[in-house]
Design a protein around this ligand. Sequence first.
Ligand code: NDP
Length: 481
Amino acid sequence: MPFDYAPAPESRSIVDIESNYGLFIGGSFTEPTSGEFFKTIDPATEEVLSEVAEAGQADVDAAVAAARRAYDKTWSKMSGKDRAKYIFRIARLIQERSRELAVLETLDNGKPIRESRDVDLPLVAAHFFYHAGWADKLEFAGYGPDPKSLGVAAQVIPWNFPLLMLAWKVAPALACGNTVVLKPAETTPLTALAFADICQQAGLPPGVVNIITGAGETGRMLVEHPDVDKVAFTGSTEVGKAIQRAVAGTKKKLTLELGGKAANIVFDDAPIDQAIEGIVNGIYFNQGHVCCAGSRLLLQESIADEALASLKRRLTTLRLGDPLDKNTDIGAINSSMQLSKIEELTAAGEAEGAERWSPTCPIPDKGFWFPPTLFTNVTQAHRIAREEIFGPVLSVLTFRTPEEAVAKANNTPFGLSAGIWTEKGSRILWMANQMRAGIVWANTFNRFDPASPFGGFKESGFGREGGVQGLGAYLNVEDPS
Ligand code: NDP
């Protein structure tokens, strides 16, 4: 019989959320010219956390103008060594305020505090430290003796890793000498606004970082602004395609980090307990709101029954509930819209003949929740095997030979990531070579490091974030990817 866990909630008293927030333009918070605000809620309780400004065209113009001024007058003229001092300062402030930022992220996003505290925040700080280190060494990065910055970067990020995606965008842009206008997702603006406060605390020159909040329309105005030199977007493939069309024919440099439908491939010689943990981490981490999630499990036929039984046993031990509770494994779905999308796709899975399984787990009355779910009897033609569900839902398929595993893994319009579980090193190398995926993990999954480039093939986008390769996306050089 499993033990009951006593509640172990993290205190939210460390965060001080204001009742409303303006736009962070030119180093200070300003009212939106539209006078419009929208609510941001805690998806676990539906409680309104704050009201946030909705940036219109005049605000976007003001933010881009502030970034341009800061670029021309200050940031592009500053030595790499001096830029590094600011970025190091930001990194240290993030570490100092990490508990506050983790609680805020969990409140606004719904992810378990264990993940925001132990995964997101350490990686956010690591990204700033890593890129601070590059700021005065760009001439050694392999882009020529004196690589130049691009100018003003327009950055639009999603809601699944709000502060981490900000770090992936802002840290390399600043290190390479660019200034930034960033729009966080409509449902998760609070940590980006806390970051604005950190920029002030760090004494960052006004206008180097500007944060404008708003919905998709604000994002569209930003990426289409004529005075922007670089566009970096993470989000859905559909919006990514619209952005690509909008910037086609302009001088803007573009990186797109879009969706995925990764195969997590388990061979019969894999250490099974370790693989089960990797499968769970691959798809149930962050409620499956992960672009590189291992959402298609490919099991070698000879071990499929045994592995499935172990996986189901393991899923019954996952705890769903209050994201601020340190025992929670599965938090809230980020929005009612995303919950509807997951419900629609899982219903389609059943209608097309796949078999749904979830452990019995109590669902809280308020908020947006979806239990960890897996589907068997899935074929490659099913929507749940082809479309990105972006929720805690795993589609299980089987294979007999490595060649069949490769064919099935690559049978997707996406190409972001893949996982291989086997004891055989030569098979790992052979499989990794065949995989049309930007990241291939071997005997692990969802591991990130700022020194390691991240990005996709095919409809998962182009350009790399992180590592030496990621610097090229913010320098006036040929894109290395
Ligand atoms: P979107 O692609 O719509 O949102 C990503 C960001 O782009 C948000 O900041 C959004 O603003 C903004 N945006 C929306 N429309 C435009 C536009 N025309 N021009 C510029 N920026 C725009 O993703 P959703 O949040 O709607 O999620 C939909 C699906 O996308 C998910 O179900 C999931 O499958 C996938 N997704 C994939 C992600 C990934 O990392 N690969 C991340 C997020 C979602 P706003 O939030 O205000 O709408």
